[in-house]
Design a protein around this ligand. Structure first.
Ligand code: 6CS
Length: 335
């Protein structure tokens, strides 16, 4: 562990230690209370507290550091729960990079809701891979179709040439944007607004609600949907903590996870549209482009290259997860 990380973990320990009792479970996530991960966390907390003697203390983005910091704290047992997106889990669990194979996931919300709920890849295969890293994977869930926001318009891969495009710190996402023709620039979230403001980067991608809530529209001028991905995130528990719980407490956690999942799927119906309308109200000159099918060809061609890279990076284990995901997605498409 680096000195910076050690200091951050020590500060986190001091902070949480000063306010928590033994019955308090600590839960950190990557967004604010008002954003999707925060809404999920509040629903989880509400259910646990109503059905057990435990309290949940929530730590929104920034209170304990960046995504990488809260993951280290959860693995060390300082936190009992952590919500971290595969966008940041990729170096820890290479197979989790599968969520960045372009055009693998659909954008249809009902299909996605069925997929995360029923997928064998997620609910069995990934469970084992997360457990190897000391984590109990409780739930993966969607946060919406990803849009690109840039300083100049994007109508093709060529328009991404020489664009320093911020991505989460995930090697396969770097490969995706390289294949799209951009200059990928991995950065933690806390550096993105400033990076765009000072022109160190000229683009980034995120779900529509996040473009509004984080005011990213203030520092970019064009929104483009190429349909290449849906944002996936995941709630996990520290494995030792989870395995040490009584059956009753484990059941409460599983129920709270199910309740929060159904809530968050419903909460997001119409969310992208309502938040896009708010962006347009705040900044009427923002352009919004849904790239027509015929202009998506180069992004789709890049997808094949990225899928091959994924297999190269993860070998048989990754190939098996990818195949299972495709089967699960096909089942979810049937309804
Ligand atoms: O792009 C990111 O880094 C962030 N995006 C979302 C939607 N949630 C948290 C994450 O840190």
């Amino acid at each position: 562990m680096s000195i910076r990380k050690l200091l951050s973990a020590t500060a986190a320990l001091a902070l949480v230690g000063s306010v928590a009792s033994a019955d308090t479970w600590r839960y950190a996530f990557e967004e604010s209370l008002e954003e999707v991960q925060g809404q999920f966390a509040q629903k989880f907390k509400e259910h646990v507290e109503a059905n057990s003697d435990h309290e949940i203390q929530l730590f929104p983005f920034g209170t304990l550091g960046e995504s990488a910091d809260i993951m280290e704290q959860a693995q060390a047992g300082i936190l009992q729960f952590v919500n971290q997106s595969p966008g940041f889990t990729g170096s820890l669990i290479p197979e989790a990079q599968v969520f960045f194979v372009p055009y693998l996931l659909p954008t249809d919300q009902a299909q996605l809701a069925r997929f995360y709920r029923d997928s064998k890849a997620i609910n069995e295969d990934f469970q084992g891979l997360y457990a190897e890293q000391g984590l109990e994977l409780l739930q993966m869930y969607p946060e919406g179709e990803v849009a690109m926001t840039t300083k100049d318009p994007v109508n093709s891969c060529e328009d991404l040439n020489e664009v320093k495009f911020r991505v989460m710190t995930n090697p396969l996402l770097v490969e995706s944007y390289r294949a799209f023709g951009a200059t990928p620039t991995p950065l933690p979230w806390g550096e993105v607004y400033g990076g765009l403001q000072t022109n160190i980067i000229q683009g980034q991608e995120n779900p529509t609600f996040f473009l509004f809530s984080t005011k990213i529209y203030e520092v970019t001028d064009h929104i483009t949907y190429v349909g290449h991905n849906n944002f996936t995130t995941a709630l996990m528990a520290n494995l030792d903590f989870y395995e040490g719980l009584s059956e009753e407490d484990q059941a409460v956690i599983q129920e709270a996870t199910d309740v929060a999942y159904e809530f968050i799927v419903d909460y997001q119906k119409g969310l992208a549209d309502s938040e896009l309308a708010k962006i347009m109200e705040a900044k009427p000159e923002m352009t919004v482009t849904v790239l027509p099918e015929e202009d998506r060809a180069c992004f789709k061609a890049a997808a094949e290259e990225v899928e091959a890279k994924f297999i190269e990076m993860t070998g048989e284990s990754g190939a098996a997860i990818l195949e299972q995901m495709k089967a699960d997605l096909a089942a979810a498409a049937e309804g």
